[in-house]
Design a protein around this ligand. Structure first.
Ligand SMILES: Nc1ncnc2c1ncn2[C@@H]1O[C@H](COP(=O)(O)OP(=O)(O)O)[C@@H](O)[C@H]1O
Ligand SMILES: [Mg+2]
Length: 390
């Protein structure tokens, strides 16, 4: 698929914007802080209904005095000979709303599945090097695009988690008594229901991406290290991590929701005393992690800068192939946000070769000269929230 046109109103630093894109490569050029990432973020938001930069959506509404009530993202997406007009209203004080081809969508998440994206950016090194939340965000963003109904499962899980945490905190303060414990049992069942779905789906998705990752890594790295990805889960074993640190967790292999639910239930029972002591939910997908290995060593802590970079890029290229194969919208829009400045000439050329065939590629750069010649098809200039043809 590709995005033909994007309209923004009060999104980030854009008061309004009307931007036409072509299939193939589109290059957004402008100094830092002008709105290049904001523009591609709007498209990315349509593909997951979440931002990689912030929790919640309020920061996406243009900041002004008096406060602005609503941001709008509108995109005309094209796939397989057909256009779809997608409109998303982000409302400060009321529920968000979506329209598809001018008809109101029942649920906002019905808008998912029309625009798919894969973004590669320097922050992707965090997936390799930093804490588990970065790796969960990677796999969950992909999961929501492959199976949009998971947007709802994540929302449900987070809601239950929040309420269960409140209950645990209250129980800690007041001393756990009969009624609060039976209420806790009820929340446990909801937690298990949504949480097991997430854990099982992550395991299944990791299995499917594994061969694509090997293939992608071989295409970009000169060394023949084998990249591997596995899931570590707080649902297994006896230990609990005190904070969001997956060090002591065990590998999980089951992608069977019912089986995962049994493991989850048993673990919750085993750690209940600890959870009441701490006043927080200590097991579940919010505490799980992906382990990225190069041959047998964890990439985190062992991989060189170059290897980490290759691994991160391989994860994104594998994501493209996965989405192409598993979704009805074919090629996702590939977003390369500020990556060329960081690469030497050889790697730039290599990356250009790897991405040139994608149906649509959106590239941002502070300096046009950093982008290889063969990717300079069409240039748009971005300055202070205004986009003009270059
Ligand atoms: N909600 C918002 N309202 C107004 N300005 C915003 C909002 N969110 C971000 N910005 C501004 O957008 C700018 C960053 O834009 P960005 O797209 O990241 O720049 P770049 O061109 O470097 O990619 C910053 O100046 C930031 O203050
Ligand atoms: Mg940027």
């Amino acid at each position: 698929m590709f995005v033909k046109h994007l309209s923004l109103a009060n999104f980030r630093n854009y008061e309004t914007a009307e931007v036409s894109f072509e299939p193939g490569v589109n290059l957004l050029v402008g100094p830092n802080g002008q709105g290049k990432t904001n523009l591609v973020e709007a498209i990315r938001y349509l593909s997951t209904l979440s931002s990689h930069r912030v929790a919640g959506y309020l920061p996406l509404i243009r900041n002004a005095q008096p406060p602005i009530a609503q941001a709008i993202i509108r995109a005309l997406a094209h796939h397989d000979g057909r256009d779809a007009l997608l409109e998303l209203e982000l409302n400060r004080d009321s529920q968000n709303r979506a329209r598809i081809n001018k008809a109101n969508a029942t649920r906002v998440r019905d808008i998912l599945g029309y625009v798919n994206t894969v973004t590669f950016a320097p922050e992707d090194l965090d997936i390799i090097k930093k804490d588990p939340s970065n790796r969960r965000a990677f796999i969950d963003e992909l999961l929501v695009q492959v199976s949009p109904r998971f947007a709802g499962v994540f929302t449900d899980y987070e809601r239950v988690l929040k309420q269960r945490n409140t209950l645990l905190r209250t129980a800690r303060q007041t001393g756990a008594k009969g009624t609060s414990l039976s209420t806790l049992d009820a929340w446990d069942e909801s937690l298990i229901k949504f949480g097991s779905e997430i854990v099982a789906a992550r395991v299944a998705l990791v299995e499917r991406i594994r061969p694509l990752l090997t293939e992608a890594y071989q295409a970009i790295a000169i060394a023949n290290n084998e990249p591997r990805v596995l899931v570590k889960s707080s649902l297994l074993g006896a230990s609990v991590s005190e904070d969001d640190d997956a060090e002591g967790l065990e590998y999980i292999e089951s992608a069977d929701t019912a089986e995962v639910a049994e493991q989850y239930r048993a673990k919750l029972q085993a750690v209940r005393g600890k959870e009441l002591e701490r006043g927080i939910t200590m097991v579940g997908p919010h505490r799980d992690d992906l382990v990225l290995l190069l041959s047998t060593l964890p990439a985190k802590g062992y991989a060189s800068h170059g290897e980490s970079w290759s691994f991160a890029l391989a994860l994104r290229l594998a994501s493209i192939n996965l989405l192409r194969g598993e979704t009805r919208s074919g090629d996702p829009v590939l977003i390369l946000d500020d990556v060329f400045a960081e690469l030497d000439a050889g790697r730039r050329a290599r990356l250009a070769e790897l991405v040139a065939g994608n149906e649509q590629v959106l590239i941002t750069a502070a300096v046009g000269e950093d982008v290889p010649e063969q990717l300079k098809a069409r240039v748009l200039n971005v300055k202070a929230g205004v986009v003009t043809n270059g």
